[in-house]
Design a protein around this ligand. Structure first.
Ligand SMILES: NC(=O)c1ccc[n+]([C@@H]2O[C@H](COP(=O)([O-])OP(=O)(O)OC[C@H]3O[C@@H](n4cnc5c(N)ncnc54)[C@H](OP(=O)(O)O)[C@@H]3O)[C@@H](O)[C@H]2O)c1
Length: 337
C-alpha cells in the first residue's frame, strides 16, 4: 500500500489522450480520467511541465508499431517535471513535496496530464535553481545529445581530446543541448541550422555554423577545412556519400534518426571493419545521466532553450508545432494556468 500523501490528491484529473493512431493534433482529446496509483518503487507526481519530443507524435503516427503505443487510449509524453505527492512501497530516496524531473516509462506515457506515475529509477531531484520547464526539457533530448557525444569520445571530466564534431539540426531540441555539451567537453563544433538561428548557435559557442539551405551547408564542409572526428546527426535526408568525404579517417556518424538503409549501412561497416562508420543510436535512459544534466542546469553550465510554452488546455497546438519540425529548442506544456 502506498505511503500517506502529504498533498490531497483528487480522484480524477485532466489529461490529453488519443484513441487511435494517425490523427495528428486533431486526434488529441481532452478527458477527465482517474489519477493513477503508485505501485512498488513508483512515485506519483503532480506535474508542472512536460516537454514534447518528435518520438511522441511518431508513436501516434504508428511509426513504432507493434511496440508502441502499448494500448489505446494513450496519454502521450514521457519527459516531465513536477512535485512528488505520493510514494509507493520500496521508495527510499523521495518523499512527498520533493521537486523532481522524470522520464516516464515509454510504454505507458502519461505526461500530458495533471498527475503521472514515475519510476524511482528514472526520477531525479530538481534543485530550486532549475525551473520545471527547464527540467522537463532534459530527459530524451539532452540524454540523447550526451550519449551521442560520449559515443564519439567526448569526455566531461577534462580528460578528453579536442575532437572536431559536426552537429546537424543544431537548432532543434537535441541539437541545442548537443552544442552546449560539446563545448563543455572542449570540442570544436561545426553546426548546421537555418539562417535565422546562425547567431544563436554562435552565441552558444559553436565555432562554425552552416546554413543547411545553402550549397555549402548541404555539403557539410567545415569552412576552415576541418574533418570531423564525429557527427551527431539529428535530421534526416543526408546520405552516407555526403558524410564520407568530410569525416576524419576514423570518423563516426552517430545517427539518431536512422532509417532502414542507415541500419543496413551500419551493419555493413561493422562486418567489414570499416574505419569510417555510421552508428545508429537509441537513447538508453538512465538516472546517472539525468542527474548529471540537472546539475549542469543548476550550475548554469548549460541551459534549456525553450521554443514555446502552451497550457495543457492547448496541448494540441504544442503537438502541431512539434510535428511541423521547426522548433528552436524545446516545446513545453505547462499544467497550471
Ligand atoms: N535515437 C534517439 O534515441 C532519439 C532521441 C531524440 C530524438 N531523436 C530524433 O532526432 C530528431 C531530432 O529531434 P529534435 O527533438 O532535435 O527535433 P526538433 O526539435 O523537432 O528539430 C527541429 C529543428 O531541426 C531543424 N532542421 C530540420 N531539418 C534540418 C536540416 N536538414 N538541417 C539542419 N537543421 C534542420 C529545424 O530548423 P528550421 O526550422 O530552420 O528548419 C528545427 O530548428 C527527431 O527525428 C527525433 O525523433 C532520436
Amino acid at each position: 500500500m502506498a505511503a500517506a500523501a502529504a498533498t490531497k490528491v483528487p480522484a480524477t484529473m485532466r489529461a490529453v489522450q488519443y484513441d487511435a493512431c494517425g490523427g495528428g493534433a486533431e486526434g488529441l482529446k481532452h478527458v477527465e480520467v482517474p489519477v493513477p496509483s503508485v505501485k512498488k518503487n513508483e512515485l506519483l507526481l503532480k506535474l508542472e511541465a512536460a516537454s514534447i519530443n518528435p518520438v511522441d507524435w511518431k508513436i501516434q503516427k504508428g511509426m513504432l508499431r507493434p511496440f508502441l503505443p502499448r494500448k489505446l487510449p494513450f496519454i502521450p509524453v514521457t519527459d516531465v517535471a513536477g512535485v512528488v505527492v505520493d510514494v509507493g512501497p520500496g521508495v527510499n530516496g523521495f518523499q512527498a513535496g520533493d521537486e523532481v524531473v522524470a522520464m516516464l516509462n515509454s510504454f505507458y506515457g502519461g505526461g500530458l496530464a495533471e498527475y503521472a506515475v514515475a519510476s524511482e529509477s528514472l526520477t531525479v531531484k530538481r534543485p530550486p535553481e532549475v525551473s520545471a520547464a527547464e527540467g522537463a526539457g532534459l530527459p530524451i533530448a539532452a540524454g540523447t545529445a550526451l550519449q551521442a557525444l560520449r559515443s564519439i569520445g567526448a569526455k566531461f571530466d577534462g580528460t578528453g581530446q579536442p575532437l572536431n564534431v559536426l552537429i546537424t539540426a543544431a537548432s532543434g531540441g537535441v541539437g541545442l543541448y548537443a552544442v552546449q555539451l560539446a563545448k563543455l567537453a572542449g570540442l570544436h563544433v561545426t553546426a548546421t541550422c537555418g539562417a535565422r538561428n546562425v547567431e544563436l548557435l554562435k552565441s552558444l559557442g559553436a565555432n562554425e555554423v552552416l546554413d543547411y539551405r545553402t550549397p555549402e551547408g548541404a555539403s557539410l564542409q567545415s569552412p576552415s577545412g576541418k574533418k570531423y572526428d564525429g557527427v551527431v546527426h539529428c535530421t534526416v535526408g543526408i546520405s552516407w556519400s555526403t558524410f564520407e568525404p568530410v569525416l576524419a579517417p576514423t570518423g563516426r556518424v552517430i545517427d539518431i534518426t536512422p532509417n532502414f538503409a542507415a541500419i543496413l549501412k551500419s551493419g555493413l561497416h561493422k562486418v567489414t571493419f570499416a574505419k569510417k562508420r555510421l552508428v545508429p543510436l537509441l537513447l538508453s535512459p538512465n538516472k546517472a545521466d539525468l542527474e548529471f544534466l540537472v546539475e549542469l542546469l543548476k550550475d548554469r553550465k548549460m541551459k534549456t532553450l525553450i521554443d514555446s510554452r502552451f497550457p495543457l488546455s492547448e496541448a494540441s497546438k504544442a503537438w502541431q508545432k512539434s510535428i511541423e519540425g521547426h522548433a528552436t529548442g524545446k516545446i513545453i506544456v505547462e499544467m497550471e494556468g
